[in-house]
Design a protein around this ligand. Structure first.
Ligand code: CTP
Length: 409
């Protein structure tokens, strides 16, 4: 996903420098051209050969080479970069870049670079919390640099507190959010629902389903990477919210109804991937239900159908997409939902199809619209997410959406 993109990684002298090797490797796997510039201090923690082996590029080490051609190359690299991330960023380098100091290769190239810049501070807690460092970080933010908040925990120096560099997977997400996709959804507001709901029986038990939230989270991630402003209303799942997405956690169908209907009017697109309970217990016990010798039954009542509500209250220009999971008569049942709930698209999948269904990383879906039916091949949920968004964006264009993406009203 990063083919043709140049990522410049600045590595400074902190113990977290070893983690940046994993980051470089992840970027290379996405076909990015990864250029690493190290400070001399950083070479005390990790060797340039590690980065050269991983990236296939010469790692520039910061003995400021006075050779003119080399300096010009650096300006060229600053120009070629699509993103520049300093990870780990020591208190020292943060102080330098906050004040425009350019006394070595890394800071020179950083100062010359006009593309998005990220700092991943990593240092001792006292240094991090020092008002001087905090002021410097504020200055960096004021100049448009992105500061990635450090994690808290046990630090290499023996202290416990803030100052730990986030794991490479998290840094990778920042780069992917910035570079992985064309921003064709910039300015669009998208609400996605995901996961199951839980309907309480008593304080101990609940009714739910097997949804893991993977499909909805994949859609939210894809939309955010394409530049949309994404709200993710999620039932209880084990997944971490994608970077750049506003998470609204809910538990029950009633909670999801409230969260979705409260935000609905502002959305250009609402995609309901959640597996919402159709029924909930009519009475929720305040105490644990004790067993008896005989059988027992639980009376259920209908929950509100959120998608149907959205279909009845849609705002001008808004696109609605529902999901349909069936075990038989997939197309017939799903088209009936499209019409009954007044939505623009139903993403239908059969639980019994190999590669589709709960918990898998792949899906096999059929997109049903007023214009027809399109069966997509087996693909990852991430790929499926992009296909769905691309179709919805095309429908938006047909409906007169403008490039700026503001909802018609
Ligand atoms: N849905 C919803 N609110 C509900 C139930 C479902 O918004 N209370 C939405 C789901 O998020 C999904 C779509 O409706 O996008 C279809 O859900 P599904 O359960 O497959 O269909 P139902 O209409 O509930 O019909 P049935 O359960 O009979 O298949």
């Amino acid at each position: 996903m990063l083919k043709g993109k140049t990522v410049v990684l600045g590595v400074t002298g902190g113990i977290a420098a070893y983690k940046t090797a994993s980051l470089a490797s992840m970027l290379v796997k996405q076909h990015a051209d990864v250029q690493v510039i190290m400070t001399e201090h950083a070479t005390n923690f990790i060797t340039p050969v590690t980065f050269e082996t991983l990236t296939g590029n010469k790692c520039m080490v910061d003995t400021f080479d006075r050779n003119f051609q080399f300096q010009v190359e650096h300006v060229a690299l600053a120009r070629r970069a699509d993103i520049f991330m300093i990870a780990p960023a020591t208190a020292n380098v943060i102080a330098k870049v906050a004040h425009g100091l350019a006394d070595d290769m890394l800071t020179t190239t950083f100062l010359a670079c006009k593309k998005p810049k990220y700092l991943a501070p990593a240092m001792n807690t006292q240094m991090y919390e020092n008002p001087i460092t905090q002021d410097n970080l504020e200055t960096c933010r004021r100049y448009g640099m992105h500061v990635i908040a450090p994690d808290s925990g046990y630090l290499a120096c023996g202290d416990t507190g803030a100052g730990k560099m986030p794991e490479p997977e998290e840094l990778f997400e920042y780069i992917m959010l910035e570079l992985a996709c064309e921003k064709d959804m910039a300015g669009k507001r998208v609400l996605v629902t995901a996961g199951p709901t839980r309907e309480a029986i008593d304080p101990v038990r609940y009714i739910t389903n097997h949804s893991t939230g993977k499909m909805g989270y994949a859609i939210a991630r894809a939309a955010a990477r394409r530049g949309a402003r994404v709200t993710l209303v999620s039932g209880p799942v084990e997944l971490k919210a994608p970077l750049g997405v506003e998470l609204v956690p809910v538990t029950s169908a009633a909670g999801m109804f409230q969260a979705v209907t409260a935000a609905a009017a502002d959305q250009d697109m609402i995609i309901k991937a959640a597996a919402v309970a159709d029924y909930r217990p009519s009475h929720v016990g305040t105490e644990k239900t004790k067993k008896t010798d005989g059988a027992m039954s639980i009376e259920l009542e209908r929950t509100d159908d959120i998608l149907a509500w959205l279909g009845a209250h849609r705002t001008p220009g808004q696109l609605l997409c529902g999901f349909s999971m069936e075990t038989q008569n997939l197309l017939e049942n799903s088209r009936a939902k499209l019409e009954k709930k007044h939505v623009d698209m139903i993403v239908a999948n059969n639980l019994k199809t190999a590669g589709a269904g709960f918990g898998t990383d792949t899906n096999v879906v059929t997109l049903i619209t007023g214009d027809g039916t399109e069966k997509l091949a087996l693909m990852t949920k991430d790929e499926t997410a992009h296909e769905i968004l691309t179709r919805l964006m095309a429908m938006g264009a047909d409906a007169g959406w403008t490039g700026g993406g503001e909802k018609l009203s």
